[in-house]
Design a protein around this ligand. Structure first.
Ligand code: NI
Length: 267
């Protein structure tokens, strides 16, 4: 496991922008206007809730770096369970990890996913690079398409494996004049496509968290038949508001996250 938080996130970022070039462009666009570094609100991960790959196998890498378990979430219709983790140093990104409750899928989808995970060496989960190690299995485009019919999340995970699903710009850490609305307008003017499921801005001051995201880029994946371009990862933007006690809310809003998951849907 990594013993340095910054090195881990640097490696995750490098892997992420390799298949999400729009995130690198947007990062440069925002960084050019700021006289300081862009701070990440959170980084999100996906996995299958199976013995070998469950959420805890990913979380262990963050707990070892001083992160603490801070919240539980359930996404009923998407069949997901999630947790969020925070580091005592609040400038470090929060971590959001979800897992697909595979046993709630059809027998056919469960069989496809089980065959994939069977190919994976159980020791992979304790390696330094587990969180950005990608896929540990071969998959056919036919199986990918079958999973897509039932769960977009399952298909994404089957095709891309272990890596950051998205990084998230903290709007609060940008200069004072920046708002989520303003950033959204800037991105649209520059030609980027935002996720409009549930509106461009999910949540708001009333729930102490407003979020928006791009639609995922497309990148080529090796399937057993032939390589094919499919949705890869997206970039998210989060603005946090103070709670009644004056402190900025640090949790997540399930209703908003539910729509953000759809950023990897095919357009
Ligand atoms: Ni997110």
């Amino acid at each position: 496991m990594h013993n340095n938080v910054d090195t881990l996130f640097a490696n995750l970022w490098e892997d992420y922008v390799a298949i999400t070039p729009s995130a690198l462009e947007i990062h440069k666009l925002l960084a050019d206007e700021e006289s300081k570094d862009i701070v990440n609100d959170h980084v999100a991960f996906r996995t299958f809730a199976l013995e070998k790959t469950r959420l805890n196998t990913l979380a262990a890498h963050f707990l070892a770096l001083g992160y603490e378990d801070k919240g539980d979430y359930n996404f009923e219709s998407k069949k997901l369970t999630a947790k969020h983790f925070e580091h005592p140093d609040t400038t470090k990104p929060k971590v959001f990890i979800s897992e697909l409750r595979v046993h709630e899928l059809s027998d056919e989808a469960q069989a496809i996913i089980s065959k994939l995970v069977e190919q994976m060496d159980a020791n992979a989960t304790t390696q330094d690079n587990y969180l950005y190690s990608g896929r540990h299995w071969d998959i056919s485009h036919a199986d990918y398409t079958r999973l897509l019919e039932e769960s977009e999340y399952a298909a994404w995970m089957a095709a891309w494996g272990f890596r950051a699903n998205h990084f998230t710009v903290s709007i609060n850490h940008l200069s004072n004049s920046q708002t989520l609305l303003g950033v959204n307008d800037k991105l649209k003017d520059a030609g980027f496509t935002l996720n409009t499921s549930g509106g461009e801005i999910k949540g708001g001051e009333d729930v102490c968290l407003a979020q928006s995201s791009t639609m995922a880029d497309t990148a080529e994946v090796a399937f057993t038949e032939a390589p094919q371009a499919i949705p890869s990862c997206f970039y998210e933007f989060a603005q946090r508001y103070p709670m009644a006690n004056g402190e900025l809310y640090q949790g997540f809003v399930a209703a908003s996250a539910d729509k953000i998951f759809e950023s990897t849907n095919a357009k």
